[in-house]
Write a protein that binds this ligand. Sequence first.
Ligand SMILES: [Zn+2]
Length: 358
Amino acid sequence: MRASTRRIATFLETLCLLAFGLPVLGAARDLTFFLVSDVHAGMQYKNSEPPITAAAYEQHLVDTLDVIATIPGRPWPQGPVAEAMQGLGPVGKPSGLIVAGDLTQSRAAVQWKDFDRLFPWQGLAPKRFPVFAGAGNHDAGSKTGPVRDALRARNQAMLKAGQLSTLSSDGLHSAWVWQGVHFVNVNLYAGDAPQPGEKPGSMRDPEGSLTFLRTYLAKNAPAPTPVVIIQHFGLDKSTWWTQDERRALYAAITNYNVVAILHGHTHAITHLQFPGAEDLKVFGQGGPRFDCFSAGAFKQETKKGQPWPGWRHPCECYVFHLTDNQFVAALYTGGTNGWYTGRGEAELQVVKALSPGK
Ligand SMILES: [Zn+2]
């Protein structure tokens, strides 16, 4: 759609919203959402110099959230993203803030309480957006630990409020729809049984999430319906999940229009392809490759007993925007230019066409 045509369409939709209080049936998609990860609520570094106390760490989380709250209304970054967004104005209010796992440092009940208070699922206008959170390896350890139980309760409350549309039978994995885009949260990673020798509920048990994903996609999201998958582990070949599990995920999503896979765990800001170039011998040439995004982390690190490399940028947040025919991703860090600049900048910004599909 040309910029001028889109402006007229947006004007008409606004008029209908004002007049009738309802969105126009079949209105153009104008979807914004954010991705962050690896909060590690409850973390502290007693032995670093200077020490980072629990209170200081929590203040860091609050400050980071406050920076993220300033993203809506900002102009898009110069370059391909700004060009693609011409006529669509600045960053819109996000439908939600997705948190891709490691919500707590060590799955303690008190740490969950901190996370739940700082990242309320309902949001808290105007500075906190609705939160969609998944479990990471730091939140695992048993099927009935305090974080798992609390996540299930939170999912139930979100389902009741209409913020989620589908839950797995155990209440852990979830799905929802924003403006025709289907989101599936498989928590740790997409897989079914614990890895060999691992206990149920451990940090290497995906708890049936691949079956949940497969069933959900078959029922709700035949191609070209756009799909976004959220998991904690990165999609690269790592020691955290097996090559067979990665191949099973690839087989499960090959025939669907998965427009993005969002993840955490690596604490690195990345935009990579799944399968990666090194996988093609095993996965086969010529098949689809999926865009995977990691926003980095909330968590401060220390090195040789000292804070390193300083508080995160002061925030690391991927911002996505989808229309009916276009997908845009850019990384906001709150630095000098607001948007991330530096190594890999060009690869981190993504503009691509979307197959039409509701
Ligand atoms: Zn992790």
